[in-house]
Ligand binder design. Structure first.
Ligand code: SF4
Ligand code: SF4
Length: 89
């Protein structure tokens, strides 16, 4: 997923001009991407003069999902151990 860093976007509008899916609008002089329309073609990333657009979200979300799954497994395991120990008393 492509996303805009609003802190570094200077509102130049170059990304809007190249987006083939009209997925970008300027709001308060900051680019905003409509994720429903974005096809992740990457053209906006290559024209942005301030490197405000990145394609980081998917890898970060995948990584977070893995970590959450890991935590869930540990919590389940701990919960089983607690129940086991509670039953022993
Ligand atoms: S990645 Fe492509 S489709 Fe998505 S906002 Fe950028 S230019 Fe538009
Ligand atoms: S090209 Fe970059 S700096 Fe210009 S409006 Fe788009 S995101 Fe902002």
């Amino acid at each position: 997923m492509t996303s805009v860093n609003e802190k570094t976007c200077i509102g130049c509008g170059l990304c809007l001009a190249v987006c083939p899916g009209n997925a970008i609008v300027l709001y308060n002089s900051k680019a905003r991407i409509d994720t429903q329309r974005c096809t992740d073609c990457g053209q906006c990333i290559s024209v942005c003069p301030s490197n405000a657009i990145t394609e980081t979200a998917i890898s970060q979300i995948d990584e977070l999902k893995k970590r959450l799954a890991n935590i869930k497994q540990r919590v389940t395991s701990l919960s089983r151990n607690i129940n086991y120990l509670a039953g022993k008393k």
